[in-house]
Design a protein around this ligand. Structure first.
Ligand code: 9WN
Length: 450
């Protein structure tokens, strides 16, 4: 048997990853996946821009600017920007179900959006585009400088929305409103989801299970009803944060969202010079950053070393082992004692150290957790993008661990290619097989400066 040299496998992977982005390119923005997700998703597009930076820098910048052209007037970056050219019914729920125009802050003309948001990876992407461009110099650096300058005020408004509307008491812990804010059917939400009583729900037909034939890889019907009931409640509140905070059944102080925001605030500070930001804006970002880090430390469960989400309705921590439990690793500036606790949990048999794992990567749910299901979406499978975020956070502070994580991820991607997620034990690719953000992180992991 002849073995193919690692460099050839990697060159081939990079070529195929770029082909996925081109295939999903809708002209200035990228479908999250060609059939399953035919619109622009918020955090997907941040990763996608990081991938495009390796292929076409101008295209990377355009990706972000298109997403932010649908930013709400209150600073929120919506989780989906719907493509007016995609036939209604290609994805459910579509823009009519969301009716986001009920909010005075939302775009009142097409392209319409959803009414939720997703983790703020965008500043991290702008910084990466800047870094790649500086490595190249010349016209690329100029293009990226202009991009940083245009994006900075938008990113500031976005982070301010999260700091003020999702954390009005200034505790530092950011509140999530819905599983669709990123981690759909994670067991992190089970206790809150179980409490939700679904009222008169307008009829609907799911589209996701038509694309992913094995429904065991997708959220359950019960979950779906609850997701849609929450959308009805959000519409009734006209997406008004003050109303939602007062009277709405899904409010979770989210450690992962908080850690991503901390990492994004740190990135925003590092590009503040390039943007020519005034001192008052830097001070504001520093304050958010300090608050976020302190809040994460306060969620530490000393027994397990995990940071735990908080059920806002009861004030109780949510005890479940998922990647969010080691969220401090996303932020290289996290308190060192907190990082040490997270590293122990990260290495343990609950997460990357489980002997049954095909590759030592972070699973979405810990393998020893009672909720673990190896093929079900966020309840067990490995998500390459999530591993990219942890790898990115580990790079400056734990370079050896970061290198090991990248090597394991590339070994996995050589097998699973551009799957949305994969079985952590067998390595079977699951969900969409042409997922843009998986291709994008492959391109970044394979970049010459990585
Ligand atoms: C709902 C696009 C998105 C990701 C989410 C992931 C999944 C959507 C869905 O796909 O969510 O937004 O229909 O299941 O959970 O993280 O951004 O890739």
């Amino acid at each position: 048997m002849t073995t193919i040299p690692a460099e050839r496998v990697r060159a081939d992977l990079a070529e195929k990853a770029a082909a996925v982005l081109r295939h999903n390119d809708a002209g200035g923005w990228t479908k999250a996946a060609p059939a399953l997700y035919p619109h622009q998703w918020s955090w997907d597009s941040a990763f996608v821009a990081i991938g495009w930076a390796q292929v076409d820098l101008a295209r990377a910048a355009a990706e972000q600017e298109r997403l932010f052209s649908a930013q709400w007037a209150n600073g929120m970056v919506p989780h989906i920007v719907f493509d007016p050219a995609t036939p209604a019914g290609a994805y459910f729920p579509d823009h009519t179900r969301w009716a986001s125009w009920l909010s005075p802050h939302a775009p009142q003309t097409a392209p319409f959006t959803s009414g939720l948001c997703q983790p703020p990876v965008h500043a991290i992407a702008v910084e990466r585009i800047w870094e790649v461009a500086c490595g190249r110099g010349g016209a690329d650096a100029e293009l990226a400088r202009a991009h940083v300058r245009r994006m900075f005020p938008k990113l500031l408004a976005w982070h301010r929305y999260l700091a003020e509307q999702r954390d009005p008491d200034g505790t530092g812990l950011v509140t999530t409103y819905h599983p669709w804010e990123g981690i759909d059917n994670s067991p992190r939400w089970d206790v809150v989801m179980r409490r939700i009583e679904v009222g008169q729900l307008p009829p609907y037909t799911r589209r996701d299970t038509q694309h992913v034939a094995d429904s065991g890889q997708r959220p359950s019907q019960d979950d779906y009803d609850r997701y849609l009931w929450l959308v009805e409640l959000l519409k009734a509140a006209r997406y008004d944060d003050a109303v939602i905070r007062r009277d709405y059944p899904f409010l979770v102080g989210d450690v992962f969202l908080t850690a991503v925001l901390a990492a994004a605030n740190a990135a925003l500070l590092r590009i503040a010079d390039v943007a020519g930001a005034p001192a008052a804006e830097r001070d504001e970002i520093e304050r958010w950053l300090g608050r976020g880090r302190a809040a994460l430390a306060a969620t530490l469960d000393p027994e397990t070393g995990l940071t735990l989400d908080v059920d806002r309705a009861t004030g109780e921590p949510i005890r479940v082992t998922t990647f969010a439990g080691v969220a401090p690793l996303v932020d290289p500036g996290a308190d060192p004692a907190l990082r040490a606790a997270a590293l122990r949990a990260f290495d343990s048999a609950d997460l990357t150290g489980h002997p049954a794992l095909r590759w030592p990567l972070l699973p979405s749910t810990g393998l020893n957790a009672p909720q673990f299901q190896q093929r079900n979406y966020w309840r067990g499978p490995v998500w390459p993008v999530v591993n990219w975020l942890y790898w990115h956070g580990l790079c400056p502070v734990e370079p050896q661990r970061a290198a090991a994580l990248r090597a394991a991820a590339l070994d996995a991607l050589a097998v699973v290619r551009f799957a949305e997620y994969f079985d952590p034990i067998t390595g079977e690719p699951l969900g969409s097989h042409l997922q843009s953000w998986t291709a994008a992180v492959a391109l970044d992991w394979l970049a010459p400066d990585r």
